[in-house]
Design a binder for this molecule. Structure first.
Ligand code: ZN
Length: 400
């Protein structure tokens, strides 16, 4: 029942496009009456009635019966059938994976956080990724033929349209998405992690802001952009390489091969390097033993900061000030309504946010920055996995 609509969409069939727009309207506005949809889409009531009838038959839409509205009318209200299809989102981090299942309405059904994983460009790491996804799916009690898309977030250069990842898992001519698809037996899509986070925040934690920048400060540094309500990809999907923007005249070689990248001064790895240098010059910190063992993670730095470790706080503040200076530039360029700070380091909250705000005030144009709200993500560590689930649904409907 479900496949027909999607295959029609592939051919550009007009009826299918109208149906897609109806479903998109439900996603954006929730449950609606036929006259509300007709008004929203600027189409006639008989046409919408016919299309809704077909969507009910195909299983995508539910008739929720007569509902009271503010005008005292009692029209039938329609909305997405939550059980029509399901989506899996996979958020790959450096040392762990978050994985979740959402239904057609976008409601979170199941989430597994912090599954141990080690991200590196090796077949072994790819095997581990596939194993984690497949054991998560095996335990699901949903009808498996309704699992329509598995969306995977990965850092680095990703061409979401072709399914190629250029920073991890490029072992042969085959796109990463296709390799995993063949192993798992489900449709798979991939996207850059920062872009997916931006989408998660936009879909799940904003109130209609159409111009949003999402700064992902984790071990590395990335940027996702929503411009005029649309996820911005650039020509080949490589937009948002904020971390590899030449920002500092230092001699630190970045993992991209260049030197002076912003990521070398404003990221989790920058804090790691600076703390190590400070310890070597006699500074004290509760993390000193872990530095000695060389086992310090992003989570350790966050925990030390939140436990009042002065050195960790100083380093976070320093990174916040540097980052804020360059976000000021982005604000001047994009005039966004919202700048969201997310990623592992954002878990320190105000220790990072306040120096960012202060630098933005100092370095951006006042007339421009007074339009902009700067805040930490409302979704915390789930922003990536929710973004992946939302992208999985939007990709099935060809909305992105
Ligand atoms: Zn770089």
């Amino acid at each position: 029942m479900i496949k027909s609509f999607i295959s029609e969409l592939e051919t550009g069939n007009k009826n299918a496009l109208y149906k897609k727009n109806i479903l998109h309207t439900f996603i954006n506005l929730g449950d609606l009456s036929i006259s509300d949809i007709a008004k929203e889409m600027d189409m006639s009531v008989p046409t919408i009635t016919k299309l809704i009838g077909e969507l009910i038959e195909e299983g995508y839409v539910f008739d929720f019966g007569k509902q009271e509205t503010s005008g005292g009318r009692r029209p039938n209200v329609y909305g997405l059938n939550p059980e029509a299809c399901y989506f899996v989102g996979v958020d790959i981090r450096r040392f762990r994976i978050n994985i979740a299942l959402t239904n057609f309405k976008g409601e979170l059904i199941k989430v597994k956080r912090d599954m141990p994983f080690f991200l590196e460009h090796t077949p072994k790491s790819l095997d581990q990724l596939c194993q984690i996804i497949s054991s998560f799916i095996d335990k699901l009690t949903i009808p498996k033929d309704r699992l329509m898309n598995i969306a995977i977030n990965i850092s680095g250069r990703v061409n979401s349209a072709s399914g190629y990842s250029y920073s991890f898992f490029y072992f042969d001519e085959k796109p990463m998405a296709q390799t995993i698809e063949e192993r798992l037996g489900y449709t798979v899509s991939i996207d850059n992690d920062s872009r997916s986070m931006a989408y998660g925040e936009y879909m799940c934690a904003t109130s209609g802001e159409k111009h949003l920048l999402f700064v992902n400060v984790s071990w590395g540094l990335g940027l996702g952009m929503i411009i005029d309500g649309q996820l911005y990809y650039g020509k080949s999907g490589f937009s948002g390489e904020f971390g590899h923007y030449h920002a500092e005249d230092n001699e630190i070689i970045c993992h991209c091969g260049k030197k002076g990248c912003l990521e070398t001064e404003a990221s989790g790895q920058a804090i790691h390097r600076m703390m190590k240098e400070k310890i070597e010059h006699g500074s004290s910190t509760i993390l000193a033993p872990k530095f000695q063992e060389d086992t310090v993670t992003m989570e350790d730095i966050v925990a030390a900061t939140l436990h009042d470790d002065v050195l960790a706080i100083e380093m976070v503040e320093h990174v916040g000030a540097t980052l804020g200076k360059h976000i000021a530039g982005l604000i001047n360029l994009f005039n966004p309504e919202l700048v969201v700070i997310g990623g592992g380091l954002s878990m320190v909250g105000d220790y990072l946010l306040l120096p960012i705000r202060s630098a933005i005030r100092k370095y951006s144009l006042n007339l421009v920055n007074k339009d902009t709200i700067v805040r930490i993500t409302k979704l915390g560590d789930d922003v990536g996995v929710m973004g992946a689930c939302m992208l999985a649904r939007s990709k099935m409907l060809k909305l992105v």
